[in-house]
Design a protein around this ligand. Sequence first.
Ligand SMILES: C[S@@+](CC[C@H](N)C(=O)[O-])C[C@H]1O[C@@H](n2cnc3c(N)ncnc32)[C@H](O)[C@@H]1O
Length: 227
Amino acid sequence: MADADSRTGLRYGTPEVTSFVDHLHAAHDPALDAAFRAAADHGFPAIQLAPSEGRLVEMLASMIQARRVVEIGTLTGYSAIRLARGLAPGGLLWTIERDPAHAAVAKRRIADAGFADRVEVLEGDAMLELPPLAELGPFDLVFLDADKGRYDQYGRWAHANLREGGVLLADNAYFFGRLLEDDPDADAMRRFHEEAAERFRTVCIPTPDGLLLGVKRGASAAVQSPP
Ligand SMILES: C[S@@+](CC[C@H](N)C(=O)[O-])C[C@H]1O[C@@H](n2cnc3c(N)ncnc32)[C@H](O)[C@@H]1O
Protein backbone atom coordinates (compact mmCIF):
# COMPACT_ATOMS: atom_id res chain seq x y z
CA MET A 1 0.00 0.00 0.00
CA ALA A 2 0.91 3.61 -0.30
CA ASP A 3 -0.57 6.38 1.82
CA ALA A 4 -1.08 10.07 1.25
CA ASP A 5 2.34 10.93 2.71
CA SER A 6 4.34 8.34 0.78
CA ARG A 7 2.54 9.26 -2.47
CA THR A 8 3.87 12.79 -2.17
CA GLY A 9 7.41 11.59 -1.59
CA LEU A 10 7.74 11.02 2.17
CA ARG A 11 10.17 8.20 2.85
CA TYR A 12 9.95 5.72 5.68
CA GLY A 13 13.51 4.52 5.05
CA THR A 14 15.39 6.04 7.99
CA PRO A 15 19.17 5.42 8.08
CA GLU A 16 18.54 2.64 10.61
CA VAL A 17 15.88 0.96 8.48
CA THR A 18 18.05 1.28 5.37
CA SER A 19 21.01 -0.22 7.18
CA PHE A 20 18.88 -3.15 8.42
CA VAL A 21 17.53 -4.04 4.97
CA ASP A 22 20.86 -3.44 3.20
CA HIS A 23 22.53 -5.81 5.63
CA LEU A 24 20.00 -8.54 4.88
CA HIS A 25 19.41 -8.07 1.15
CA ALA A 26 22.35 -6.17 -0.31
CA ALA A 27 25.29 -7.15 1.87
CA HIS A 28 28.83 -6.57 0.67
CA ASP A 29 31.52 -9.20 0.53
CA PRO A 30 35.15 -7.93 0.65
CA ALA A 31 35.35 -7.26 -3.13
CA LEU A 32 32.16 -5.20 -3.18
CA ASP A 33 33.14 -3.44 0.00
CA ALA A 34 36.55 -2.47 -1.43
CA ALA A 35 34.95 -1.07 -4.61
CA PHE A 36 32.29 0.75 -2.58
CA ARG A 37 34.86 2.38 -0.30
CA ALA A 38 37.42 3.08 -3.03
CA ALA A 39 36.01 6.45 -4.08
CA ALA A 40 36.26 7.91 -0.57
CA ASP A 41 39.59 6.16 0.04
CA HIS A 42 41.07 7.88 -3.06
CA GLY A 43 39.52 11.27 -2.42
CA PHE A 44 37.07 10.96 -5.33
CA PRO A 45 33.42 11.99 -4.95
CA ALA A 46 31.64 9.03 -3.28
CA ILE A 47 28.76 9.05 -5.76
CA GLN A 48 28.43 5.32 -6.44
CA LEU A 49 25.07 3.56 -6.20
CA ALA A 50 23.71 2.77 -2.76
CA PRO A 51 23.96 -0.92 -1.81
CA SER A 52 20.29 -1.68 -2.50
CA GLU A 53 20.45 0.12 -5.86
CA GLY A 54 23.54 -1.90 -6.71
CA ARG A 55 21.78 -5.10 -5.75
CA LEU A 56 18.80 -4.06 -7.89
CA VAL A 57 20.87 -3.55 -11.05
CA GLU A 58 22.64 -6.85 -10.36
CA MET A 59 19.32 -8.69 -10.02
CA LEU A 60 17.82 -7.05 -13.11
CA ALA A 61 20.83 -8.11 -15.19
CA SER A 62 20.52 -11.61 -13.80
CA MET A 63 16.72 -11.78 -14.35
CA ILE A 64 17.12 -11.04 -18.07
CA GLN A 65 20.19 -13.33 -18.29
CA ALA A 66 22.18 -10.45 -19.73
CA ARG A 67 25.12 -11.41 -21.88
CA ARG A 68 26.13 -8.05 -23.33
CA VAL A 69 25.96 -4.99 -21.09
CA VAL A 70 27.16 -1.39 -21.41
CA GLU A 71 27.62 1.00 -18.49
CA ILE A 72 28.35 4.72 -18.88
CA GLY A 73 30.08 6.03 -15.74
CA THR A 74 32.34 3.55 -13.92
CA LEU A 75 33.81 5.60 -11.05
CA THR A 76 35.65 2.92 -9.03
CA GLY A 77 33.76 -0.10 -10.33
CA TYR A 78 31.10 -0.71 -7.68
CA SER A 79 28.12 -0.89 -10.03
CA ALA A 80 30.30 -2.61 -12.67
CA ILE A 81 30.99 -5.45 -10.22
CA ARG A 82 27.29 -5.61 -9.35
CA LEU A 83 26.36 -5.80 -13.05
CA ALA A 84 29.11 -8.35 -13.72
CA ARG A 85 27.71 -10.57 -10.97
CA GLY A 86 24.39 -10.50 -12.76
CA LEU A 87 25.79 -11.57 -16.12
CA ALA A 88 24.81 -14.89 -17.63
CA PRO A 89 27.66 -17.39 -18.16
CA GLY A 90 29.92 -16.05 -20.90
CA GLY A 91 28.44 -12.56 -20.58
CA LEU A 92 30.51 -9.40 -21.00
CA LEU A 93 30.33 -5.84 -19.69
CA TRP A 94 31.85 -2.74 -21.25
CA THR A 95 32.02 0.18 -18.82
CA ILE A 96 33.05 3.69 -19.89
CA GLU A 97 34.95 6.14 -17.67
CA ARG A 98 36.50 9.42 -18.79
CA ASP A 99 38.55 10.18 -15.67
CA PRO A 100 41.85 8.25 -15.91
CA ALA A 101 42.30 8.16 -12.11
CA HIS A 102 38.82 6.67 -11.63
CA ALA A 103 39.42 4.19 -14.45
CA ALA A 104 42.74 3.03 -12.97
CA VAL A 105 41.17 2.31 -9.57
CA ALA A 106 38.16 0.64 -11.20
CA LYS A 107 40.39 -1.72 -13.18
CA ARG A 108 42.10 -2.86 -9.97
CA ARG A 109 38.83 -3.32 -8.08
CA ILE A 110 37.25 -5.22 -10.98
CA ALA A 111 40.31 -7.47 -11.34
CA ASP A 112 40.36 -8.16 -7.60
CA ALA A 113 36.68 -9.09 -7.80
CA GLY A 114 37.60 -11.72 -10.39
CA PHE A 115 36.10 -10.05 -13.48
CA ALA A 116 39.18 -8.91 -15.42
CA ASP A 117 38.26 -11.24 -18.27
CA ARG A 118 34.57 -10.26 -18.44
CA VAL A 119 34.60 -6.54 -17.82
CA GLU A 120 36.42 -4.07 -20.04
CA VAL A 121 36.94 -0.54 -18.74
CA LEU A 122 36.93 1.79 -21.75
CA GLU A 123 38.85 4.91 -20.78
CA GLY A 124 37.52 7.99 -22.54
CA ASP A 125 34.53 10.22 -23.02
CA ALA A 126 31.35 8.26 -23.65
CA MET A 127 30.57 10.39 -26.70
CA LEU A 128 33.73 9.03 -28.33
CA GLU A 129 33.60 5.49 -26.93
CA LEU A 130 29.97 4.70 -27.77
CA PRO A 131 30.02 4.88 -31.60
CA PRO A 132 32.67 2.13 -32.08
CA LEU A 133 31.09 0.05 -29.30
CA ALA A 134 27.94 -0.23 -31.39
CA GLU A 135 29.69 -2.87 -33.51
CA LEU A 136 29.63 -5.26 -30.52
CA GLY A 137 25.86 -4.95 -30.04
CA PRO A 138 22.99 -5.41 -29.90
CA PHE A 139 23.10 -5.26 -26.12
CA ASP A 140 20.82 -6.71 -23.45
CA LEU A 141 21.19 -3.90 -20.92
CA VAL A 142 22.52 -0.33 -20.92
CA PHE A 143 23.05 1.50 -17.61
CA LEU A 144 23.47 5.30 -17.62
CA ASP A 145 25.23 6.86 -14.63
CA ALA A 146 27.43 9.68 -16.01
CA ASP A 147 26.99 13.33 -17.07
CA LYS A 148 23.29 14.04 -16.77
CA GLY A 149 23.16 16.73 -19.48
CA ARG A 150 23.79 14.07 -22.09
CA TYR A 151 21.21 11.50 -20.99
CA ASP A 152 19.08 12.39 -24.01
CA GLN A 153 21.96 11.46 -26.34
CA TYR A 154 22.84 8.35 -24.34
CA GLY A 155 19.19 7.31 -24.36
CA ARG A 156 19.10 7.54 -28.17
CA TRP A 157 22.26 5.45 -28.42
CA ALA A 158 20.77 2.89 -26.04
CA HIS A 159 17.57 2.66 -28.06
CA ALA A 160 19.53 2.16 -31.29
CA ASN A 161 21.79 -0.49 -29.79
CA LEU A 162 19.60 -2.51 -27.42
CA ARG A 163 17.90 -5.64 -28.65
CA GLU A 164 14.11 -5.78 -28.67
CA GLY A 165 13.17 -6.43 -25.02
CA GLY A 166 16.54 -5.06 -23.88
CA VAL A 167 16.66 -3.01 -20.69
CA LEU A 168 17.59 0.63 -20.20
CA LEU A 169 18.48 1.78 -16.68
CA ALA A 170 19.28 5.38 -15.81
CA ASP A 171 20.22 6.65 -12.37
CA ASN A 172 19.52 10.19 -11.11
CA ALA A 173 16.37 10.40 -13.19
CA TYR A 174 15.03 13.07 -10.79
CA PHE A 175 18.20 15.05 -11.60
CA PHE A 176 18.86 15.69 -7.89
CA GLY A 177 15.41 17.24 -7.60
CA ARG A 178 16.09 19.75 -10.40
CA LEU A 179 14.26 17.86 -13.15
CA LEU A 180 11.66 20.58 -13.69
CA GLU A 181 14.03 23.55 -13.58
CA ASP A 182 14.72 25.85 -16.52
CA ASP A 183 18.28 24.76 -17.20
CA PRO A 184 19.95 23.09 -20.23
CA ASP A 185 20.87 19.93 -18.30
CA ALA A 186 17.37 19.64 -16.83
CA ASP A 187 15.97 20.17 -20.37
CA ALA A 188 18.13 17.28 -21.59
CA MET A 189 16.97 15.06 -18.73
CA ARG A 190 13.30 15.84 -19.45
CA ARG A 191 13.89 15.08 -23.15
CA PHE A 192 15.46 11.80 -22.08
CA HIS A 193 12.34 10.92 -20.06
CA GLU A 194 9.99 11.91 -22.88
CA GLU A 195 11.85 9.98 -25.56
CA ALA A 196 12.26 6.95 -23.30
CA ALA A 197 8.51 6.93 -22.61
CA GLU A 198 7.86 6.91 -26.37
CA ARG A 199 10.34 4.19 -27.27
CA PHE A 200 10.39 1.90 -24.22
CA ARG A 201 7.87 0.51 -21.75
CA THR A 202 8.98 2.58 -18.79
CA VAL A 203 8.72 3.17 -15.09
CA CYS A 204 10.67 5.64 -13.00
CA ILE A 205 11.39 3.72 -9.79
CA PRO A 206 11.20 6.13 -6.83
CA THR A 207 14.65 5.48 -5.42
CA PRO A 208 16.01 8.55 -3.60
CA ASP A 209 17.00 10.18 -6.93
CA GLY A 210 14.87 8.13 -9.33
CA LEU A 211 15.97 5.12 -11.40
CA LEU A 212 14.40 4.97 -14.85
CA LEU A 213 13.75 1.44 -16.10
CA GLY A 214 12.77 0.89 -19.72
CA VAL A 215 12.17 -2.22 -21.79
CA LYS A 216 12.71 -1.65 -25.50
CA ARG A 217 9.53 -2.05 -27.50
CA GLY A 218 9.58 -4.14 -30.65
CA ALA A 219 7.78 -3.08 -33.83
CA SER A 220 4.93 -5.53 -33.15
CA ALA A 221 4.90 -5.10 -29.36
CA ALA A 222 4.41 -1.35 -29.76
CA VAL A 223 1.08 -2.04 -31.44
CA GLN A 224 -0.10 -5.04 -29.42
CA SER A 225 1.05 -4.69 -25.83
CA PRO A 226 -0.34 -2.30 -23.25
CA PRO A 227 1.57 0.97 -22.86
C1 LIG B 1 28.03 8.62 -10.54
S1 LIG B 1 29.63 8.18 -11.01
C2 LIG B 1 29.41 6.48 -11.51
C3 LIG B 1 29.15 5.57 -10.35
C4 LIG B 1 29.16 4.11 -10.71
N1 LIG B 1 28.20 3.82 -11.76
C5 LIG B 1 28.81 3.28 -9.50
O1 LIG B 1 27.63 3.28 -9.10
O2 LIG B 1 29.70 2.62 -8.94
C6 LIG B 1 29.82 8.98 -12.56
C7 LIG B 1 31.12 8.70 -13.26
O3 LIG B 1 30.93 9.05 -14.64
C8 LIG B 1 32.12 9.62 -15.14
N2 LIG B 1 31.75 10.42 -16.30
C9 LIG B 1 31.08 11.62 -16.32
N3 LIG B 1 30.89 12.03 -17.57
C10 LIG B 1 31.40 11.09 -18.38
C11 LIG B 1 31.50 10.95 -19.78
N4 LIG B 1 31.02 11.87 -20.63
N5 LIG B 1 32.09 9.85 -20.29
C12 LIG B 1 32.58 8.88 -19.44
N6 LIG B 1 32.53 8.98 -18.10
C13 LIG B 1 31.94 10.05 -17.58
C14 LIG B 1 32.67 10.41 -13.96
O4 LIG B 1 34.05 10.63 -14.09
C15 LIG B 1 32.32 9.51 -12.79
O5 LIG B 1 33.40 8.63 -12.47
